[in-house]
Design a protein around this ligand. Structure first.
Ligand code: SIN
Length: 273
């Protein structure tokens, strides 16, 4: 795809591209906004380097793509910015956000369209984020398994993660829990993507526990195929913007006890179909 206002350097054939020529601290012009959006649709996750963003600038960039979501459980928002999720790890951390393969908040009835993570501090080594294409995961299933999973519905539950792993308290509405098709169709590209993940998916409706666990484990391992992935090495001031409808990610926590710090905004999405 020809781009006129941005430079796009693909990281792998399936997923990931670094974008140059954009300053996210200023509102993007119409053409540049459309090109960034097209690059995201084409590459599933796009990366920007050397950015310097206030919370308001970060939120303004996110709002160009839709209304911002407030995380259903995490208490770590900077004062006055409930739409911002602080991502932080140091020598006192027992867990870090995203340390398991997942798509963000898939336990919500309308999971996010995407997330925009801006890191200000990174460890000297490690702390990369891995992203995997769920289009590739669907496309590479064999025809009989495609037919098996096409009509299935999965249950996604936030409680085991938010209460079980992180010890967060439930909001008045409790922890989010939702049912979604195992194969969803992307509302923009029309492509099919696998939509189950180790973090939030707890079962498949209508199957026995044995059948559900075995099928999910097979799908998770398939989703984690290295050929479907790219790996991003962060620098202070890097930004990653991923399409949560067709990509999963996994934050590598290989840098304990070093610090890693940044902020995420999350753009609201639609009910998967
Ligand atoms: C997340 O899941 O949003 C965290 C990703 C990361 O820290 O790299």
């Amino acid at each position: 795809m020809p781009y006129q206002t941005i430079e796009v350097r693909k990281l792998t054939p399936h997923i990931g591209a670094e974008i140059g020529g954009v300053d996210l601290s200023h509102p993007l012009g119409n053409q540049q906004f459309h090109e960034v959006h097209d690059a995201l649709m084409e590459n599933l996750v796009v990366f920007f380097r050397g950015q310097k963003l206030t919370h308001d600038q970060h939120k303004s960039f996110g709002r160009m793509f839709g209304e911002l979501a407030i995380h259903p459980a995490s208490p770590h928002a900077p004062e006055g910015h409930p739409e911002i999720l602080t991502i932080h790890a140091d020598k006192n951390s027992k867990h870090v956000a995203g340390e398991e393969w997942h798509s963000d908040v898939s336990c919500d009835a309308e999971p996010p369209l995407g997330s925009i993570l801006y890191l200000t501090e990174v460890p000297p080594e490690g702390g990369d984020t891995l992203f995997a294409s769920m289009y590739a995961a669907y496309d590479k299933l064999s025809p009989p398994i495609k037919r098996l999973v096409e009509g299935l519905t999965a249950i996604h539950d936030g409680e085991p993660v938010y209460r079980g792993r992180f010890g967060y308290a439930a909001t008045e509405k409790g922890f989010p829990k939702a049912e979604h098709p195992v194969v969803r169709t992307h509302p923009v590209t029309g492509r099919k993507a696998l939509f189950v993940n180790r973090n939030f998916t707890t079962g498949i409706k209508g199957l026995s526990r044995l059948e559900s666990d075995a099928l999910l484990e097979m799908l998770y391992r398939h989703c984690e195929t290295p050929e479907f992935q790219c790996r991003f090495r962060w620098q202070p001031g890097s930004v990653a913007f991923w399409d949560n409808r067709c990509a999963q990610h996994h934050a590598m926590w290989d840098y304990f006890p070093q610090r890693r710090h940044g902020y995420r905004v999350t753009v609201k999405g639609d009910r998967p179909f």
